[in-house]
Design a binder for this molecule. Sequence first.
Ligand code: G3H
Ligand code: 13P
Ligand code: NA
Ligand code: ZN
Length: 328
Amino acid sequence: ALITLRQLLDHAAENGYGVPAFNINNMEQGLAIMEAAAATDSPVIMQASRGARSYANDLMLAKMMEALAEMHPSIPFCVHQDHGNNEETCLTAIQHGFTSVMMDGSLKADGKTPADWDYNVAITARVAEMAHWVGASVEGELGVLGSLESGKGEAEDGHGAEGELSHDQLLTDPDEAVEFVRLTKVDALAVAMGTSHGAYKFTRKPDGAVLAMNVIEEIHRKLPNTHLVMHGSSSVPQDLQDIINEFGGEMPQTWGVPVEEIVRGIKHGVRKINIDTDNRMAMTGAIRKVLTENKQEFDPRKYLKPAMDAMRKLCTQRFEEFGTAGQA
Ligand code: G3H
Ligand code: 13P
Ligand code: NA
Ligand code: ZN
């Protein structure tokens, strides 16, 4: 059944687990997520970015979510707007049946210019007020995602802040987080502590200098009743890098967020963990393998089925690792 982010994360907090929020753009990803959830008895957060909405079409996405919910009536299912950039994006998502929206006011509506405090508070509070009128939940973001290693925001990926950012902008300030939640009334808060979107997060296995999990612990001490969200939380597993490169890919060596760091976060208030890149890599590795090994093949089902299987496997792992399994 469809439920809000608030309902789902309240249960996660009461029972001490985290919920992966997987991005969806197409039917195969939707089926893979639901099959993994059904097999592990897990609640689901499925999220669509603005890019996903224009790729698949709002109506197609909405009907697909509806079909997935109907196919799995016993799975608690939250449909979430990922990185909403303004009021219109958030309200049209709710109009299409989304039960939750992220208003990302850490960046201006262009999705790349870092925003100031007043802008972020005003637009997030406005969206939270309107969403709450109609029973939808809201995630806000304070602090800008980007690399503590380079001091750079993420630009090339097409999302995230452009240019050099100060250490302060890249780490959420715990006292400001308290004030932000009080002023905006968000249901969940995304915080910045050194992760970034995409595959190229760290140039070696991250330590506390580049992945500041201690910031999360401090925020949770000051905001024990706020659900925290980690963005950019793909782990970029070595075996997925290897399979892509073994079958003709050219991804330079890279490191993501170790699962054990996420598990540590879950002990300190992290309830929603955003994962897209790992699933993209799982699907791409499987597709590359089929097409390399079967050069005569041209039926899309012959590579989309293995791609779905690979994504289902990744989702199943995260449900188990985050303690989501068994909670539906
Ligand atoms: O926010 C990042 C997610 O990976 C969605 O990415 O904007 O390319 O759909 P996207
Ligand atoms: P990854 O790129 O690490 O998967 O992060 C996804 C994300 O944060 C979506 O909002
Ligand atoms: Na989000
Ligand atoms: Zn994100």
